[in-house]
Design a protein around this ligand. Sequence first.
Ligand code: UDX
Length: 465
Amino acid sequence: MPHRILLVPYPVQGHINPAFEFAKRLITLGAHVTISTTVHMHNRITNKPTLPNLSYYPFSDGYDDGFKGTGSDAYLEYHAEFQRRGSEFVSDIILKNSQEGTPFTCLVHSLLLQWAAEAAREFHLPTALLWVQPATVFDILYYYFHGFSDSIKNPSSSIELPGLPLLFSSRDLPSFLLASCPDAYSLMTSFFEEQFNELDVETNLTKTILVNSFESLEPKALRAVKKFNMISIGPLIPSEHLDEKDSTEDNSYGGQTHIFQPSNDCVEWLDSKPKSSVVYVSFGSYFVLSERQREEIAHALLDCGFPFLWVLREKEGENNEEGFKYREELEEKGKIVKWCSQMEILSHPSLGCFLTHCGWNSTLESLVKGVPMVAFPQWTDQMTNAKLIEDVWKIGVRVDEEVNEDGIVRGDEIRRCLEVVMGSGEKGEELRRSGKKWKELAREAVKEGGSSEKNLRSFLDGVVG
Ligand code: UDX
C-alpha cells in the first residue's frame, strides 16, 4: 500500500509554496498526495503542478471570492468560519477515502490549522505539523507558552533560551509576542497559543514537526524541544533550483507556484545588467509598505545608484501606478513590477543583493542561491530571521530600525546597508563567502543521502510504521 498523505496548507503564498514542494518530494519517494486548500486560494494558484499521484481537493471557507474584511473582529469571524468548514471538510474527506478503500495514512497541516489535526484525531489518523518558519521560531514560541513568557516580554534583559544560537534581545523576537505590539498583531499570539495547546494534548498523535530548514543551518534549534520529533526536511525550494547546476524553471513540473501573475520581462532586463550589479527589492506576498516607507526606500535606491528590480505591491484596490511620487525617476534607473518569478531573479548572475523583509521563504531562497541580503524585517518571524541572517549565518546586514522618524526607517540607513552589502569592502566579501557556503550546504542537505532527504524517508517509513 502506498503512503497516502492529506496535505492542508494555510491559504497564503508563504505556506503554499513550501507545501507544494513538500508534496512533490513525497511523490518522488512513492507517496500519493492530496492537497486541500480553500477554493479561493486553489483558484488563484496559476501554475499548479500536474503529477501522477498528486490530486487536489479544495474546500469552501465560505469566502470563495476571497476574504475582504479588515480589522481584528472581521478576521476573527473569518477565522471561525474557516475553522468550522475546514474541520467538517477534513472529517468528510478522511471518511470518504476510507470508504473507497484508499485510506489516508497521515494528515500533514501547516501552522495555525490545528483544527485539521483535531479532526484527524477522531479517526486515529496520525498527523504531522509542517512548520514553515525556522526551528528557532518554533523554540521561541514553545518556550513562550511553557513558562518563559515574562522573561521574553521584558525588553530590558537579554534573552537566553534553549535552542538559541546566541543571546537575543526583544527586537529579535517574533514581533507579536512583545507587550508593545498593536492589538491586531497580538491576535497572532492567541492563534499560536491554540496551535501549541493542540500539540500539548496528551492523546495527540502529532509527534512529528517537519521543519522547512536544514541540519547545518539550525543544529541546536532542531534539538531544543525534546518532546517532539523535530526533523528538518528543507529547504523546500523547487528542486530544479537545488540541482548542481543552476537552471531556469521547468514549468512542466510546476516550478514555483504563484498567486499573482509574474511579470515576464524581468530576466531580459537583468540580462542587460553587469554581473552582480543589481539590487532586488521585495517584501513578500502579504505585507504592504506604507507610502512614507516606500519613499525612503526610493531615496536609498536613487542615492546609491545601483540598478534595481523592485516588486512594489499595493493594497488591494489601491492604485499608485501614477501616484507614487518618485515613480518616473525610479523607472529611469531601475525596474518596478507588481510580481515576479522570484527564484528566477535570485538565480540570475547580475543579482548582487536582496533587500528583503526576511519572510522565511525569501530567506531560504536567498541562502540557496548564495545571495547576500539587506534584512529589513517588518513583523512576525521576520525579526528572528533577520537576527539569524546577520549574526548567525552572516549573509546579510540588518537595517537599524532605531534610525527612524515616526517609525519610518530613514533612506540614509537603508542606503548605508546597501552600500556595505554591494561594496568591495571586507564585510561585503565576508557576506559573499558565506553565501557560497550556504548555497553548498543547502544543496548537500537535499541531495540523495543528505540530512533532509534521509529525514523525509524516515518520516514516511514511520508513518506506515
Ligand atoms: C509569510 C510571512 O510573512 C513570513 O514571515 C513567513 O515566514 C512565511 O509566511 P510572505 O510574507 O509572503 O510569507 O514572505 P515569504 O515567506 O518570503 O514568501 C513569499 C514567497 O513569494 C516566496 O516564495 C517568494 O519567492 C515568492 N515571491 C515573492 C514571488 O514569487 N514573487 C514575488 O514577486 C515576490
